[in-house]
Structure formats: structure tokens, C-alpha cells
Design a protein around this ligand. Structure first.
Ligand code: CTP
Ligand code: CA
Length: 223
């Protein structure tokens, strides 16, 4: 058994962190997903627990469970939303590090889709997934909402729009076009946006080190 940390600035605070790319089913053996590894979300959950927070990690991946963190496994966007909704009212902080698929197949085939002989093309109909942050923003009270923005171009302009549109308290803008930043790698280079603050560009850091920095910044906002 693990004994919850009884010291640290986040004792008594409830965090929920999401991690990994969602998997949107096509048929029993196939899905749509993305390159998110879940590493940033796991590092954030570990860093928050290390400061004494009660942490739930809603995850699509099977990385080692950080000490003191409760993991809830989900696959697709709608399962992720439902898992968060069961905890949302009691949260102090929600950190959406997960890469949620924007669209899912309109239908999930019961059986493996066959490669038919006479068709050289096939079309997969997709429908939009719910926007988790925007859905939750409708019932937001005390919760501090932190989002991530993965961008390959116009990083700051796109990120600033997301901060406003999703009514976030903090947005971590992530340049995923760089080799040393974003999906899969152990380092990340981000710019932190907060309403009414100038963008704060951080150096390239190990995800574990960046997670500590971000949790410190969130701890400051909770005061
Ligand atoms: N997000 C969400 N629900 C979705 C899609 C994204 O809550 N259906 C969250 C992500 O977890 C992330 C933030 O919104 O914290 C930004 O995700 P991103 O994919 O960058 O933004 P989108 O609004 O989906 O816009 P786009 O993909 O067109 O850039
Ligand atoms: Ca998206």
C-alpha cells in the first residue's frame, strides 16, 4: 500500500490529469488515434502527487502508475469525458494533457471490415467528438482548467484563441513540429498562456522537470 503524502503545498487539493491519445474504434481490430505518448500527463500527475495532491489520472495508455496516483483507464473521447464528469464537481484542478481525437467513425462495425475485391477506394464517415473542455466549462465553478495546445504553425495566435474560446485559466502551447518537443520524446518546449498575462516561453526541458515547473505555477494560482 501507498501512504498518501501528508506534507506539501497541495495537500487537500484534488487534481485530475488526462493523458494519451484517444482511440476511436473503427471495427474490432482497428481504431483512429494520434502520436500522443501520455508521458507529459503522467509526469504532471506524478509531480502533483509529489506535492501532496490527491490525483486521478484518466489515461488511454499503460505507462507505470506514478506513486500515490489513481489511474482510470479509458479508450475513446466519450469515455474520457464520462470519467472526468464523475469527478469534476469536486476538483480543484483539471489538466487536459490528453490528445483527444476531434472526430470518430460515425459507425463502429461489429465485424472486421473486409477488403472487398472490386473496390480500390473506401470512405470512412466521421462525426465530431464532444469538446471535453468546452463541455465542462458550462458547469465550471472553483475548478482551475488547464489545457494543452499542440500546434504545428502559428503557435501563439492559435493558442491564444484556444485560451479564450475554451475559457481556460492556463494553456500550455506546445510546438509539435520541433524534434525536441511534443509527441513521443522525453523533452518539451512550451509557452505558458494565462488570461491577462504576457506569454511565458520556457526553455526545452525534460518532461519531468517541465511538469514540476507547471505544477509550481498552478500551485501559485491556487493561492
Ligand atoms: N480538447 C478537448 N476536447 C476535444 C479536443 C481537445 O477537451 N474534443 C482539449 C485537449 O485536451 C487540449 C485542448 O483541448 O487540452 C486543445 O486541444 P487541441 O487539439 O490543440 O485543440 P482543438 O480545440 O481540438 O483545435 P484543433 O485540433 O483544431 O487545433
Ligand atoms: Ca484537436
Amino acid at each position: 500500500t501507498y501512504w498518501a503524502k501528508v506534507t506539501g503545498p497541495l495537500v487537500g487539493r484534488r487534481f485530475l490529469v488526462t493523458a494519451g491519445g484517444t482511440k476511436e474504434r473503427i471495427d474490432p481490430v482497428r481504431f483512429i488515434s494520434n502520436d500522443s505518448s501520455g508521458k507529459m500527463g503522467y509526469a504532471l500527475a506524478a509531480a502533483a502527487a509529489d506535492q501532496g495532491a490527491t490525483v486521478t489520472l484518466v489515461s488511454t495508455v499503460a505507462l507505470p502508475t506514478p506513486a500515490g496516483v489513481t489511474v482510470v483507464s479509458v479508450s475513446d473521447a466519450r469515455e474520457m469525458l464520462a470519467a472526468i464528469q464523475t469527478h469534476f464537481a469536486d476538483l480543484d484542478v483539471l489538466i487536459m494533457a490528453a490528445a483527444i481525437a476531434d472526430f470518430r467513425p460515425a459507425q463502429v462495425a461489429d465485424q472486421k471490415i473486409k477488403k472487398t475485391v472490386d473496390n480500390d477506394e473506401m470512405t470512412l464517415a466521421l462525426v465530431k467528438n464532444p469538446d471535453v473542455l468546452q463541455t465542462l466549462a458550462q458547469t465550471k465553478k472553483q475548478q482551475l482548467m488547464v489545457g494543452f495546445a499542440a500546434e504545428t504553425q502559428n503557435l501563439l495566435a492559435n493558442a491564444q484563441q484556444k485560451l479564450t474560446k475554451k475559457r481556460l485559466d492556463m494553456l500550455i502551447a506546445n510546438d509539435v513540429a520541433r524534434a525536441d518537443s511534443g509527441f513521443g520524446v522525453d523533452t518539451n518546449q512550451v509557452t505558458v498562456l494565462q488570461p491577462g498575462h504576457a506569454p511565458e516561453q520556457l526553455p526545452t526541458l525534460a518532461k519531468t522537470v517541465l511538469a514540476k515547473r507547471l505544477i509550481e505555477m498552478i500551485t501559485e494560482k491556487l493561492k
